[in-house]
Design a protein around this ligand. Structure first.
Ligand code: NAD
Length: 458
């Protein structure tokens, strides 16, 4: 295979799904030049017309929802039902941010000698670097507010999963987005991602991926004082108190960690259970885990597909090696495909690798605790701070624990924490900045303060 060709695989079969050109640093430079050229025209589009463009993007995704879902399911190996839900969210994201161009208001501030007010300006060209686990969804979280605020874009999808981003770029042009406003480059992170980070013409990099790469991006961006937002890894707790609805908590727990085959930055992969509830909870959890339907992503019955790659399977397997305390496992197909059965480890020492590192696969650890204080201490005992859940029948306790956990996105008696209209992002080494909701616009605008003298002495 020539080095300029990228083979995109289908994780459920290991077969080549498509061959596409592999971009290099010169391609990134050309994409940035196109985005720079398109910026003055795009920022000058009136707010109502920019809103109309975003509505058109929402509609074109909705009209192609099944096509995009099939492509994402095949390329990322995710269950088709999940892929349809994700494409529905992509459409909603553009619909939500269609409301923004006409609402990017500023402040008037009382000062002596004249009038002072603020406006929010677009940044210019923004570089968006996204991972392979929710390819088009995470790209849309960045594209929606970036476009709404008047920026132009160079998007770098993960090499493993570029297909929906490429198809979306075609659809966006068909939907009337001006040429050059959205540019997609597909190539290695160490070449194309790194070039976006160092390029002096790129005003900001919005990155979602591993904490390790995020660290290098923050360091690289410092050279040009580039704006950066980082959505990084997690090791999130799912805290179950004995006074909770244990049947509901146990039934919901697998979805919170084995969804997307565990390749979810929000995966609640540390299940902390109050000791007196352990037996009842574990019995319910075993029933739920062993009934997960793992198989062909395109089958309507499937709840969990394969892992993304052979390398990812090796990484996940390293946590379930000889002697690992496997409490129980679900099933997975044999044969081609990067399959891995959902696995629960217990008892696990809190210092063990499986309890501390992000596994990013269908492996959960269960750890008992005795008191509310211990639950909080264990919940916070990680370098990460992305998400988490609290299950309790005592509302006041749930709120106390929610305030005490150092995480960005929490749910009580539920494991859902990602919504189009609410902010999403991490504390600690899970990153900085917020996506989604009204807060995302802050990350794609600069505040400008203007003073107009009305008095002679002003
Ligand atoms: P990764 O960090 O390896 O890659 C992410 C992206 O960065 C890819 O597009 C990759 O090509 C690019 N990249 C790699 N090296 C680069 C470099 N030196 N400079 C610039 N770009 C570079 O992550 P991954 O394996 O694709 O995704 C898994 C990770 O993403 C997990 O750690 C997961 O927790 C995290 N994640 C976080 C969130 C969140 O919102 N917090 C969401 C999804 C995934």
């Amino acid at each position: 295979m020539p080095s300029g060709v990228l083979e995109v695989l289908e994780p459920a079969t290991e077969a080549v799904l498509q061959e596409i050109p592999r971009a290099d640093a010169a391609d990134v430079d050309r994409a940035v030049a196109r985005a720079i050229a398109a910026f003055p025209g795009w920022r000058a589009v009136t707010p109502s017309d920019r809103a109309a463009h975003l509505r058109a993007l929402s509609e074109v995704v909705r009209d192609h929802q099944e096509e995009l879902a099939q492509l994402e399911a095949r390329n990322a190996g995710k269950a088709i039902g999940d892929a349809r839900g994700e494409m529905g969210m992509v459409s909603q994201v553009f619909g939500y941010y269609a409301g923004s161009p006409e609402r990017l208001t500023g402040d008037t501030i009382p000062v002596a000698g004249g009038q002072a007010w603020t406006v929010r300006e677009p940044l210019g060209v923004v570089g968006l670097i996204v991972p392979w686990n929710f390819p088009l969804t995470i790209a849309s979280w960045k594209m929606g507010p970036a476009l709404a605020a008047g920026n132009t874009i160079v998007l770098k999808p993960a090499e493993l999963t570029p297909l929906t981003a490429l198809r979306f770029a075609e659809l966006a042009l068909e939907a009337g987005l001006p040429d050059g406003v959205l540019n997609v480059v597909v190539g290695p992170g160490s070449v194309c991602g790194a070039r976006l980070v160092e390029h002096p013409g790129v005003a900001k990099v919005a990155f979602t991926g591993s904490t390790e790469v995020g660290r290098s991006i923050a360091a690289g961006a410092a050279q040009t004082i580039k704006r950066v937002t980082l959505e990084l890894g997690g090791k999130s707790p799912n805290i179950v108190f004995a006074d909770a609805d244990l049947a509901a908590a146990a039934a919901a727990a697998p979805g919170a960690v084995f969804g997307n085959a565990g390749q979810d930055c929000c995966a609640r992969s540390r299940i902390l259970v109050q000791r007196e509830a352990m037996d009842e909870f574990m019995a319910g959890l075993e029933r739920a885990v062993t009934s997960i339907r793992v198989g062909d992503p395109l089958s309507e019955e499937t709840e969990m597909g394969p892992l993304i790659s052979a390398g990812q399977r090796e990484h996940v397997r390293s946590f379930v090696d000889e002697g690992a305390p496997v409490a129980f496992r679900g099933s997975a197909p044999d044969g081609p495909g990067f399959w891995f059965a959902p696995t629960v480890l217990c008892p696990v020492d809190t210092g063990a690798r499986a309890a501390r590192e992000e596994i990013f696969g269908p492996v959960a650890v269960v750890i008992p605790f005795d008191t509310e204080e211990e639950a909080i201490r264990l919940g916070n005992d990680t370098i990460y701070g992305l998400s988490g859940s609290i299950w309790s029948g005592d509302g006041a306790r749930a709120l106390r624990v929610a305030r005490a956990l150092d995480v960005g996105v929490l749910s009580i008696n539920s494991n859902t924490s990602v919504r189009v209209s609410t902010p999403f992002g991490g504390f600690k080494q899970s990153g900085y900045g917020r996506e989604l909701g009204p807060h995302a616009l802050d990350a794609y605008t600069e505040v400008k303060s203007i003073f107009y003298a009305t008095d002679a002495a002003g």
